[in-house]
Design a protein around this ligand. Sequence first.
Ligand SMILES: *[C@@H]1O[C@H](CO)[C@@H](O)[C@H](O)[C@H]1NC(C)=O
Ligand SMILES: *[C@@H]1O[C@H](CO)[C@@H](O)[C@H](O)[C@H]1NC(C)=O
Ligand SMILES: *[C@@H]1O[C@H](CO)[C@@H](O)[C@H](O)[C@H]1NC(C)=O
Ligand SMILES: *[C@@H]1O[C@H](CO)[C@@H](O)[C@H](O)[C@H]1NC(C)=O
Ligand SMILES: *[C@@H]1O[C@H](CO)[C@@H](O)[C@H](O)[C@H]1NC(C)=O
Ligand SMILES: *[C@@H]1O[C@H](CO)[C@@H](O)[C@H](O)[C@H]1NC(C)=O
Length: 419
Amino acid sequence: MARPASLSFSNLISISLCPSTVQSQNLIADNVSVVEGETATISCRVKNNDDSVIQLLNPNRQTIYFRDVRPLKDARFQLVNFSDNELRVSLSNVSLSDEGRYVCQLYTDPPQEAYADITVLIPPGNPIIESREDIVREGNETEITCTSMGSKPAATIRWMKGDKELQGKSKVEATYDRMFTVTSWLRLTVMREDDGVPVVCIVDHPAVKDFQTQKYLEVQYKPEVTIKVEFPQGLIREGENLELTCQAKGKPQPHQVNWVRVDDDVPSHAVITGSDLFIENLNKSYNGTYRCVVSNSVGETYADYILYVRDALTTTPKPTTTTTNTISATTSPPDILQDSQAGPEAQRLDHAVIGGVVAVVVFAMLCLLIVLGRYFARHKGTYFTHEAKGADDAADADTAIINAEGGHNNSDEKKEYYI
Ligand SMILES: *[C@@H]1O[C@H](CO)[C@@H](O)[C@H](O)[C@H]1NC(C)=O
Ligand SMILES: *[C@@H]1O[C@H](CO)[C@@H](O)[C@H](O)[C@H]1NC(C)=O
Ligand SMILES: *[C@@H]1O[C@H](CO)[C@@H](O)[C@H](O)[C@H]1NC(C)=O
Ligand SMILES: *[C@@H]1O[C@H](CO)[C@@H](O)[C@H](O)[C@H]1NC(C)=O
Ligand SMILES: *[C@@H]1O[C@H](CO)[C@@H](O)[C@H](O)[C@H]1NC(C)=O
Ligand SMILES: *[C@@H]1O[C@H](CO)[C@@H](O)[C@H](O)[C@H]1NC(C)=O
């Protein structure tokens, strides 16, 4: 009987010794990160509790809670849950001085401990962004600085230009009381496309979300120049008027536009109004390169227009066409000119045919009227004067008819000729 007793005793010892290492895993506590001023919750959890007493100690090993009793006179600690399996305590309005290792203790033999490290996060102040120059010239390098101050832990700074991520250079400085100031420098060479583009400094920190500030790039650049032909459209012919407009965009916006002719003088009667060049009544001696020169504080740019004056449209003069027609033809826009180049002869032919037909119809009607008139007159005559006057009338009527027929024949011939 003694053997089994001793066996059971050794078993007991082995049970009580072994579980002490196993049991240490039964008491669990989690680390806590909390933003300054907010509330931290410390939870001591026990698996398979055998009614052992549990308590929570602060980093100075003072008892905060012993079971559900709080000996510590700090009302910021409040019991959230007390049961056989858990002691949960909240700490409100956390400050940096609350940081440290809190201890959960289980009164077993030997006592077990688990640790909850409270880390206080201090968000950085608003990031400050500054650029070395307010306005940068295109092609030049500029430097932008972003500073995130007084955070714990140190923040990290990222940069974006528009939607493109850029690489800056950062420096971390520890300040008083375990706080950090981070400064990042971004160097970039700017182009004209960067004008108005935001450069964003993004501050990443566990205590803040979407923390960023931005600065818009201001880039000065040389003017961009284009020449627009206001008129004429299409080919340019002698006698036409030419109007060119010089369009310039730059930063700062150029306000001075100069028109020159390369290797020659601008025609003396050319009119320059602001950015417009107007030349009346072109002739071939004005052929050449017309240059619009624009400058601003960054530099000078020009655009060229090559004038190539072609022969005036020669409309084959017809006996019917008047001089006013040809003048209007040469001064009218080229697109209309091109139509009228093939058009006039056909049109004039059409007009002649219509005119001829109308003339024939009118003439025929006149003849008919005359014939009818004569007919009625003769009948009236027969009534009153019988045969004596009839002969005279007949002779007249005959000639009239002959004339009418002759006229008719002529116009018929004309008609056929035109068709
Ligand atoms: C708690 O934080 C400490 C450092 O402060 C670390 O050594 C430990 O492993 C952490 N514990 C857990 C459970 O994450
Ligand atoms: C404590 O937590 C347990 C489970 O985790 C829950 O059943 C109980 O209701 C909680 N008690 C209080 C007072 O919140
Ligand atoms: C929080 O704590 C600070 C000191 O750490 C104190 O000045 C402040 O009044 C407290 N706020 C609240 C709401 O208790
Ligand atoms: C741009 O850079 C040039 C040298 O590359 C310098 O001379 C000039 O002053 C710079 N301009 C501005 C506006 O910074
Ligand atoms: C062209 O214009 C110039 C100057 O206006 C003039 O001297 C010249 O005679 C003109 N030529 C023709 C063919 O009209
Ligand atoms: C101008 O260009 C036309 C081409 O349309 C050419 O015939 C003419 O010879 C040129 N005149 C001069 C003076 O270059």
